[in-house]
Design a protein around this ligand. Structure first.
Ligand code: ATP
Ligand code: MG
Length: 756
């Protein structure tokens, strides 16, 4: 196929081109945010393809599933031809799943293993704690213990190694017991947790390097956040050719709390002494004002080596640092400001040009409420994941049980959902019996339903319920496997039939609080996603050729639809963000504003970024003991912004412990003396010059002075002149004697709204 090489290199600077076309075997591209690392990496993949490399022989690891989707889209634009669908591209976890599905049997992994997501893991741990009446350890709840276990696994410390390394104390003993029991329960349920996926893949590739014998190149984005296991995986992936490209930025390492290993950059240079390092120094993302302000934050880290970063854009509009009376007022101010910005610029931006980035998911709630009230459509990259929703999760669990009834976790959750007359006693009896007989709960359930074993804890309706349940599971299994209906195209109908058999609509309407319409829409969206996914599998999109090894094929007998559905369930378990529809408001084609945690915003960019909650206790967070990582987190957040950056903090906070309002202080990262002059406290004053520089940064068509003035006149607004920066508190916003965001402010000025 003819490929236009110039299309791959188009628009790159000299150093970026050098990196893309480099012959180096091992290449590290280290560079600050917005310098085009991801773009360079993407172009390098396209370059390899353009030079005839087989896409099935290239592994690309990205930080999120969304990032790999975007990368594929860009590659497709550059070279076309559908090659991008055959790349082995995804997060480390999803790549590991592909290898384990195909070759797991080689290391004795039972076929059709399930994936325990973070929620599953926490439930298992809570149950262990409850059952053994363990006191909570060091005040850690199940999620806390899970993350401790996960950290150990990420450092490849097994239970036995952990125990050996500990001085005996009652705390460490209880923790070891929980760890050991947790591993056992996962095994009994045929589940792998996220860390296991990587660890087992490591086992596989160590024992059977032939599985990756085809791999010619390995490329990794956001390398600064890889952990030790991922590093070893990288080496194994690349073992045949040692051709590796990584891109990263030590200043953006923000996953130390999850055992990311910043030392991996140096280790790599030790393991591969011929590593070539390329630095990119120009920032293409942000205005110079935003870049300087962000640098002012990161440069407070005195241990950090000095580096060159040059802005390519002009100064632009100064970042705004604003104090508001409360978190609630902060949220109101943001919503107002979004509407005002659109009004004064003649809708130069859409809602999808705007992001609100928060330190923790909890802060997102206030923002959501305000967006809903002001009818600003938004999507959430924080908070509850789509697949974790109360109305979606049970459907997912039914499918998991149908594919693997030995998945005790999923089974326990759906046995009485919807209600089948089973009480706590029944549950206890079923799991005790399974434990005693060392068999799965499903086996006991079947026997109980047949009346083969006596169960004192189950009522008569309970027995009938169990019988129905067993029949529904078996019937659906049969449908998936039968010749007539066992085709991936039929998966949608099979799921619909299942929902009817369990009267799911009634369950969603009666048992779950909240709007039925919204909830049912999520269920339908879930089914649609499953159907779409299975269709794509049929169409062969994203079907990667992995090499056949000596022990060919997975011995597990699977129909095509079982296989397709299995892949879908794995994808759902790995989905890192809520990916369902979350549009609230009018949705008139102006896109959705993004509300995200800072962690989820990594690698992304928006013309306008708001960072509320910049106070000591939130950032740096009171529970974090790594001050430098907290600073990097703020740096990551600030460097997402292209043209306008808003930082804010409340002057008072509700303190949960004392139940009283308490003073809150501006984040010490922003309070540094030399930073404040770089920011303005009100505004920004959107001048024509501001709008002009703005359009340039975003490479958008620039509105003329007349256009802007006309919009303002049409809306009857005087904002352009009225919004002035002033220390005089009586000179206020649009002639109001009171700041519109003060507590108690009643009628809202109609900045963005159309006036009839
Ligand atoms: P981060 O560290 O935040 O992940 P990054 O280094 O990966 O940032 P990219 O996301 O690749 O940076 O690029 C940032 C922006 O700069 C993108 O919009 C990209 O298209 C643009 N860009 C990159 N290189 C160039 C260039 N040579 N000319 C113009 N724009 C560029
Ligand atoms: Mg990037």
């Amino acid at each position: 196929t003819f490929v236009d090489v110039e299309a791959v290199l188009d628009g790159l600077n000299r150093v970026q081109r050098e990196a893309v076309t480099s012959d180096a075997e091992v290449l590290q591209i280290l560079a600050p945010p917005g310098s085009g690392k991801t773009r360079t990496l993407t172009s390098r993949v396209a370059w390899m393809l353009a030079n005839g490399m087989n896409p099935s022989n290239i592994i690309v690891a990205t930080f999120t599933n969304k990032a790999s989707k975007e990368m594929k889209e860009r590659i497709s634009k550059m070279i076309g031809g559908g090659l991008e669908h055959r790349l082995i591209i995804g997060t480390f976890h999803s790549i590991a799943v592909r290898y384990l599905r195909k070759y797991g049997h080689l290391i004795g992994l039972p076929g059709g293993f399930g994936i325990a997501d973070t929620g599953d893991s926490s439930t298992i741990i809570s149950r262990i704690i409850k059952k053994n009446k363990y006191a909570t350890i060091d005040g850690n709840d199940a999620a806390g213990i899970k993350s401790r276990i996960s950290n150990l696994k990420s450092k490849m410390q097994s239970v036995d190694e952990y125990i050996a390394s500990q001085k005996k104390s009652s705390h460490s003993e209880e923790f070891s017991k929980i760890y050991a029991q947790y591993e056992k329960e996962l095994k009994n349920s045929n589940l792998l947790d996220f860390d296991d996926l990587l660890l087992r893949c490591l086992d596989l590739l160590r024992a059977h390097p032939l599985c990756v014998s085809n791999i010619e190149a390995v490329l990794i984005d956001e390398f600064q956040d890889t952990n030790l296991v991922q590093f070893d995986l990288m080496c194994l992936f690349a073992s045949r050719r040692d051709k590796i490209t990584i891109v990263g930025d030590p200043d953006q390492s923000i996953y130390g709390f999850r055992a990311a290993e910043i030392g991996n950059l140096n280790t790599m240079q030790e393991v591969y002494p011929h590593t070539i390092v390329i630095n990119l120094e120009e920032n293409y993302r942000s205005s110079a004002a935003i870049l300087n302000c962000s640098l002012g934050v990161i440069e407070q880290d005195k241990a950090r080596p000095q580096k060159g970063i040059t802005p390519t854009h002009e100064v632009g509009i100064s970042p705004v640092l604003r104090q508001l009376p409360s978190p609630d007022a902060e949220a109101r101010w943001i919503a107002q400001e979004v509407l005002r910005l659109r009004a004064v610029t003649g809708n130069l931006f859409n809602f999808d040009d705007i992001a609100v980035l928060v330190r923790s998911g909890g802060l997102a709630r206030e923002i959501e409420t305000q967006m809903t009230q002001k009818r600003i459509p938004y999507r959430l990259l924080a908070g509850i994941k789509f697949f974790e929703r109360a109305e979606v999760k049970p459907v997912l669990d039914y499918l998991r049980v149908i594919l693997d009834p030995n998945n005790n976790e999923a089974l326990l959750r759906i046995l009485n959902t919807p209600r089948r007359g089973l009480g706590d006693k029944a549950f206890k009896e079923l799991s005790d019996m399974a434990g005693k007989k060392e068999t799965s709960i499903w086996n006991i359930v079947q026997k109980a339903a047949r009346g083969d074993i006596k169960m004192g804890g189950i009522s008569k309706p309970g027995f009938i319920g169990l019988g129905k349940f067993v029949k529904i599971i078996r019937d659906t299994q049969d449908a998936l496997k039968s010749e007539e209906t066992g085709r991936p195209e039929m998966v949608g109908q099979i799921i619909q039939a299942l929902l009817e058999k369990i009267d799911y609509k009634i369950y969603v309407g009666d048992k779950l609080q909240g709007e039925f319409e919204d909830r049912w829409q999520h269920v339908e969206e879930f089914v649609a996603q499953a159907v779409d996914f299975c269709r794509n599998v049929v169409a062969g999109i994203d079907e990667v050729d992995l090499p056949d090894t000596e022990a060919e094929g997975n011995p597990l007998e699977e129909s095509a639809s079982v296989a397709a559905l299995g892949k879908f369930l794995a994808t759902a378990a790995l989905a890192s963000v809520k990916e369902g529809p979350e549009a609230v408001g009018n949705g008139d084609g102006s896109g959705l504003l993004t509300i995200s945690t800072i962690h989820n915003a990594k690698g992304l960019e928006w013309p306008i970024v708001f960072i509320p909650g910049c106070y000591n206790g939130s950032i740096p967070h009171s529970r974090s003991d790594d001050h430098d990582e907290e600073r990097r987190l703020l740096y990551v957040a600030m460097t997402r912004a292209q043209a306008l950056l808003y930082l804010s903090y409340p002057s008072e906070l509700w303190d949960r412990k004392s139940g009283e309002m308490q003073d809150s202080n501006l984040s010490s990262f922003l309070a540094e003396g030399n930073l404040k002059p770089l920011m303005v406290s009100r505004g920004p004053n959107i001048t024509l010059e501001g709008i002009l520089s703005f359009s340039k940064i975003m490479s958008r068509e620039c509105p003329t002075h007349e256009m802007v003035q006309a919009t303002i006149n049409a809306a009857g607004l005087r904002i352009l002149e009225d919004w002035v920066e002033s220390d005089d508190p009586t000179r206020n916003y649009e002639g109001y004697s009171q700041d519109p965001y003060e507590e108690g402010y009643g009628s809202q000025p109609q900045y963005g709204a159309k006036r009839g």
